[in-house]
Design a protein around this ligand. Structure first.
Ligand SMILES: Nc1ncnc2c1ncn2[C@@H]1O[C@H](COP(=O)(O)OP(=O)(O)O)[C@@H](O)[C@H]1O
Ligand SMILES: [Mg+2]
Length: 263
């Protein structure tokens, strides 16, 4: 459904590329996490998937078609919910539809979405009266309003407390599965990556490259107490530190090596 075809990117005025030879294919409905250190180029890559930035080499394709501009079919959710503070929950959630020019059944559709994200009783409340987690739910409802095929999440829960973060990780993942939405979540949090995805892509830094992949073949919702879960967590940490070392010794990037799926 989504293919990243050998993307490399160098920002204007810079000598070193921020991304190099990124090649990944993602199936429809798959939930994929992209994990890497701060500054490794995760957001830059996600912006490219959203059509907000064009890579200097290579391209992103969705259903085989090159992504050259944003679309309501692939929505992005950020760390901050960026809501309009003077509007109500319902009005903010409806903005996705308004921006996409869709006017039919707005009330009913927004009502359903607020139900889905657990905010039905807050529809007419001003968003400033909500907690951080509730505000992020409004942003989620807004992103879902246009029935996106692809949801791109850029560390969307990192400003939230641990408990709210865990429930939102489980809920967003459940919603994506229910609606068959392909999910790409960028994170620097190992737990978040394992809790939400079937595939974890490991990104190195300077330049950003995909240097490893871990398959998470555990049933949803993920049980964080389970032994297999902590096993995968350790494996991911190990792969992450191995890949940083491999990077220093200039080992070939993953797509040139034989891919080993670790289950
Ligand atoms: N518009 C830009 N112009 C120049 N450099 C940028 C721009 N955006 C990001 N960068 C640089 O690219 C690198 C990767 O940034 P980013 O993709 O935001 O990393 P991450 O999301 O992994 O923390 C950083 O060194 C950042 O300073
Ligand atoms: Mg970022």
């Amino acid at each position: 459904m989504l293919s990243i075809d050998y993307i490399s990117h160098t920002f204007k005025g810079q000598k070193q590329p921020v991304l190099k030879d990124i090649a990944v294919t993602i199936e429809a409905g798959q939930q994929v996490a992209l994990i890497g250190r701060s500054g490794c180029g995760k957001s830059t890559l996600l912006h490219m998937l959203a059509g907000l930035t064009l890579p200097s080499e290579g391209c992103v394709r969705i259903h085989g078609k090159q992504v050259i501009k944003p679309s309501a079919k692939w929505n992005m959710m950020f760390q901050r919910p960026s809501l309009y503070p003077w509007m109500t929950v319902k009005q903010n959630a409806a903005l996705g539809l308004v921006f996409a020019g869709e006017k039919a059944n707005v009330d009913a559709r927004v009502g359903e979405l607020l139900e889905l994200v657990g905010l039905a009783d807050k529809a007419d409340v001003n968003v400033q009266q909500l907690s951080g987690g509730q505000q992020q739910r409004v942003a989620l409802a807004r992103s879902l309003a246009t029935d996106p095929e692809l949801l791109l999440l850029d560390e969307p829960f990192s400003a939230l407390d641990a408990f709210t973060r865990m429930s939102l990780q489980d809920e967003v993942s459940a919603i994506a599965r229910k609606k068959n939405i392909t999910l790409v979540i960028v994170t620097h949090d190992i737990d978040e990556a394992i809790a939400m995805s079937e595939r974890v892509l490991i990104m190195s830094q300077g330049p950003g490259q995909i240097v490893g992949e871990l398959r998470v073949e555990l049933p949803y919702p993920r049980n964080r107490e389970q032994r297999e879960y902590s096993g995968l967590r350790e494996q991911l940490m190990q792969q992450f530190s191995d890949s940083s070392h491999a990077k220093k010794s200039n080992v070939a990037p993953l797509h040139q090596q034989q891919r080993v799926a670790v289950a």
